[in-house]
Design a protein around this ligand. Structure first.
Ligand SMILES: Nc1ncnc2c1ncn2[C@@H]1O[C@H](COP(=O)(O)OP(=O)(O)OP(=O)(O)O)[C@@H](O)[C@H]1O
Ligand SMILES: [Mg+2]
Length: 202
């Protein structure tokens, strides 16, 4: 039986990061297998790739209107200075999954906007889940991967990338470098195990 979410008992959330080189299937996975299972989501789609997933908006006022009606919205904007405003929007909405494709446009290895950090660190208490997509872990700050509940990776060859993934998950590097096209590993920290080609979030 579901318990009613309260501040002491927030709804179950997750924080997933998706890695893999260009064309490996990251956006395809999120679009076709993850989003269809979500009820309430905000997707930041800087490259306008998620057409048909949710009604699109190019500003917050419009996004608010669409989200209020449908519980789902796709925000299309390539202006990186707008990103903190969108993070703030997700923070205020609560009980929602916030998805950011091309996360490395808005962060680098050393820093990310405060508004995003707050979602990663404290979003759980507001029922906010997060999915971030980036090609390599070196393009996003460690505080995002260190708070991840799931690390999803497509095939990787680069020794530095493999070393990092092996260090944090304990997966055999050959499993990652030997993945066939479009196949992925989902390391679930709460289960402490590796799921192959499976995504299942609370
Ligand atoms: N599971 C799949 N089955 C069949 N085709 C796929 C699958 N995943 C991806 N593709 C094909 O590969 C193409 C590239 O996938 P996708 O756009 O998801 O790559 P990406 O990892 O997001 O790349 P980028 O980093 O450049 O954004 C898709 O347009 C689709 O044609
Ligand atoms: Mg993509």
């Amino acid at each position: 039986m579901h318990q009613k979410p309260t501040e002491q008992n927030p709804p179950k959330t997750f924080r997933a990061v998706v890695f893999g080189k260009t064309g490996s299937g990251k956006s395809f996975l999120v679009k076709n297998r993850i989003i269809p299972a979500l009820e309430r989501f905000i997707i930041y789609d800087p490259q306008d790739e998620y057409d048909g997933q949710a009604q699109g908006a190019d500003n917050i006022r419009e996004a608010h209107k669409i989200f209020t009606s449908f519980g789902q919205v796709r925000i299309v904007s390539e202006y990186d200075e707008y990103f903190p405003v969108i993070c703030q929007f997700a923070w205020e909405i609560e009980n929602v999954c916030f998805i950011v494709d091309e996360l490395d446009i808005f962060c680098n290895a050393m820093s990310s906007p405060t508004e995003l950090k707050r979602i990663i660190r404290q979003g759980r208490k507001r029922g906010i889940s997060f999915i971030g997509i980036s090609r390599r872990h070196t393009e996003i700050p460690k505080d995002i991967t260190s708070q991840a509940s799931n690390i999803i990776t497509f095939r990787q060859h680069e020794p530095r990338d493999l070393k990092y993934l092996v260090e944090i998950t304990g997966i055999n590097p050959d499993e990652i470098s030997g993945l066939p096209d479009y196949e992925f590993i989902n390391y679930d920290f709460s289960l402490g195990k590796t799921l192959k080609n499976t995504v299942k979030f609370p």
